[in-house]
Design a protein around this ligand. Structure first.
Ligand SMILES: [Zn+2]
Length: 130
């Protein structure tokens, strides 16, 4: 058993769990502007995305619950990921004030941590959070 397919299915499952956990934790509200986000496909509210605050390249940051925050599309694609660098720094600054300096500092350390974590380790962490 194992192999690439199993790993991809596991990764997709972890991505989904990570996203759902954060949407619930953030109570279906954009964490920057406070707009209500749809909790179901046909539900009321704006479309939202779960944003990776310090990126998702390493598996240390991809599935850490502290590294996720729920944003509306406007604050996500038109804000923190805006191609206008003045606008994106403004939104990143707003997000930093919302999450607080302790969590921000933790995320900076997480990004610097290049230690590899196994998928099994990460699955265990997510199970504990549910
Ligand atoms: Zn917003």
């Amino acid at each position: 058993m194992g192999g690439k397919l199993t790993r991809n299915i596991t990764r997709r499952g972890l991505d989904d769990t990570w996203r759902d956990t954060i949407r619930r934790r953030d109570k279906f509200r954009c964490q920057i502007c406070g707009r209500g986000i749809k909790s179901t496909k046909g539900g009321k509210g704006a479309l939202g995305n779960v944003h990776h605050i310090v990126g998702k390249r390493s598996n240390a940051t991809r599935w850490d619950i502290q590294n996720g925050t729920l944003l509306c599309i406007g604050c996500h694609m038109g804000g923190v990921h805006s191609p206008d660098s003045i606008r994106s720094s403004d939104y990143i600054g707003r997000l930093r004030r919302v999450i607080g300096e302790d969590r921000w500092a933790y995320l900076e350390r997480l990004r610097a941590d290049t230690r590899k974590r196994s998928l099994a380790e990460i699955e265990e962490e997510l199970k504990r959070m549910k």
